[in-house]
Write a protein that binds this ligand. Structure first.
Ligand code: HEC
Ligand code: HEC
Ligand code: HEC
Ligand code: HEC
Length: 417
């Protein structure tokens, strides 16, 4: 498990060395005796090496805030074209007949979707197959000799995932709006979503001479965009409920016990959120006053709900499924794969560029979703997490100064695109 030092505890910060290859100066010296052409060659070679990690120009910049505030988004049109192609929603199936007997009357073991007509039920089965297991077909979740049988773990997981999807669409409209989510939002035609995470063990360094790596300074960690920041920002913030806010709230440095180390944890999460949505910090913050809600664009409030939603997804729906999974689906700590911002967003500010797939699948929302999710019956019962998921939305603590989302949107930074 990764732990965040408590206030006043882990105050000493390990310096995070940035190590970009600085080659140009020495390369130039080495070539000073040779011909001008060689110098030119060495220069362009070393520049090439130095710039290898950068994106090719030109990039587009769009202004999202009041002039002079630097509230800009930098977008590379070439990576954008690739993302656009990779984030298209599939065509919806023809709607099915609502009439006729209900699934619960015809089938034997229908615990969640019983209110659908048989035609609607079958349409959803076809859609689920396309979303999650297009290669394996129905047999990925079913013993095809007996569709009522729950012996494949994938079916048990799919049932809980259905309840999770319904709950997200019902209870978390403050985040997912009317766009909502379907299985495809995360799965994209694959058994497992591309973007998922496990808890990272802390690395113990040899002989304990150097202690441990303090959960940071690891090379090549995508979660924090290859920075030296803590490499598992998910466990403390998207599974556990550790405080994210670190800024002092007084003009003078009094009373704030947050350490630099804690700030690095917050930054690690922010790097993931930026990377996961393909946006800059200024998409959610006015960086001259990062902590100020009243100066933040409305997307920050959406993100605030998103953090709470992801915690609920992971704690109420996903971790409870751990015992039904085969070992090859679990991480080194024995934990199940979990959801982060990138699982749905996949590098885009609105998953699938805001395609409203849910409209064609109203059965994945619905007023009874929460009730159903709490009353899971039958063989699935053993995996229903012991939860406090009945906690109503309004008992969540809103950010200070934030009476309601709409109120804040009214006050947000004026956009002048
Ligand atoms: C991703 C997993 C998944 C796939 C793929 C899938 N199903 Fe299902 N199926 C389920 C789940 C979960 C249920 C139980 C739903 C409930 O409890 O409300 C179910 C239930 C059923 C039932 C009801 C059986 C009974 O008597 O209780 C039938 C029939 C069915 N599926 C047919 C199909 C067909 C046909 C396909 C392929 C086109 C298919 N399913 C693909 C997950 C899946
Ligand atoms: C918010 C993202 C998200 C949504 C929406 C979602 N899933 Fe998943 N799904 C996951 C993650 C993460 C895992 C990996 C955890 C696990 O193995 O259970 C997973 C795993 C699964 C598995 C197990 C696959 C395997 O090979 O082990 C099945 C089956 C599944 N999902 C079906 C569904 C179905 C059906 C829906 C829609 C009703 C759905 N999921 C919606 C995130 C999602
Ligand atoms: C998608 C929106 C989003 C993006 C992008 C984002 N942030 Fe945040 N940030 C938030 C939210 C929401 C909070 C408050 C979280 C909470 O209180 O639960 C926050 C909090 C913070 C805080 C703590 C503020 C305080 O009150 O102490 C800092 C510092 C911060 N962000 C820095 C950054 C930096 C640096 C970046 C870019 C690398 C960034 N953020 C990108 C949404 C975002
Ligand atoms: C279950 C899928 C899902 C997950 C997980 C998720 N989001 Fe979202 N998010 C959505 C959907 C769907 C929308 C589009 C809502 C709309 O159209 O109004 C959205 C919209 C947003 C927006 C508004 C974008 C805009 O341009 O207005 C922000 C900001 C955001 N999400 C941040 C986050 C952050 C940060 C996380 C992780 C803590 C996260 N999301 C996790 C589904 C998800």
């Amino acid at each position: 498990m990764t732990h965040i030092p408590q206030p006043g505890f882990g105050g000493v910060d390990s310096a995070s060395a940035s190590s970009s290859p600085k080659r140009s100066a020495s390369d130039l010296n080495a070539s000073s005796n040779r011909s001008v052409r060689a110098v030119g060659l060495a220069l362009s070679l070393s520049l090439g090496l130095t710039l290898m990690g950068c994106e090719r120009l030109p990039v587009d910049v769009s202004q999202g805030g009041y002039r002079g505030t630097g509230m800009e988004q930098v977008v590379n049109p070439r990576t954008e074209a690739v993302k656009l192609a990779a984030n298209q929603a599939p065509a919806a199936l023809e709607p099915a007949d609502e009439g006729g007997p209900k699934a619960s009357q015809v089938y034997q073991n229908v615990q969640v979707l019983g209110d659908l007509s048989v035609a609607q039920f079958n349409r959803l089965m076809v859609a689920m197959t396309a979303w999650v297991s297009p290669e394996q077909g129905c047999a990925y979740c079913h013993n095809v000799q007996n569709f009522a049988d729950d012996s494949l773990y994938t079916k048990v997981v799919a049932r809980r995932m259905t309840q999770m999807t319904q709950t997200v669409n019902d209870r978390w409209q403050a985040h997912v709006g009317q766009t909502g989510v379907t299985c495809y939002t995360c799965h994209r035609g694959k058994n497992l979503p591309d973007k998922r995470w496990f808890t990272e063990p802390e690395m113990q360094l040899a002989g304990r001479l150097l202690g441990n790596d303090a959960s940071q300074n690891r090379a090549g960690v995508e979660a924090v965009a290859n920075s030296s920041l803590p490499y598992d920002p998910y466990t403390p913030f998207l599974l556990e409920n550790n405080p994210i806010r670190v800024n002092g709230t007084t003009a003078l440095p009094t009373g704030n016990r947050m350490s630099i180390k804690q700030t690095e944890w917050t930054y690690a999460l922010m790097m993931h959120m930026s990377e996961g949505l393909g946006v800059n910090c200024t998409y959610c913050h006015n960086t001259r006053a990062i902590a100020e809600w009243e100066q933040s664009p409305p997307a920050r409030v959406t993100a605030w709900y998103g953090i709470r939603m992801v915690r609920e997804i992971n704690n109420e729906f996903i971790t409870g499924l751990t015992p039904v999974h085969p070992a090859n689906r679990l991480g080194v700590m024995g934990d199940i794969a979990k959801v982060n911002c990138a699982t749905c967003h996949q590098g885009v500010n609105k998953p699938l560029y805001g395609a409203q797939m849910l409209k064609a699948h109203p059965e994945l929302s619905g007023p009874n979703a929460l009730k159903d999710a709490m009353e899971i019956k039958g063989p699935g019962k053993s995996v229903a997490p012991q939860s406090q998921a009945t906690t109503p939305m309004n008992s969540l603590t809103l950010p200070k100064n934030l009476a309601s989302r709409s109120q804040l949107e009214g006050k947000a930074v004026a956009r002048v695109d």
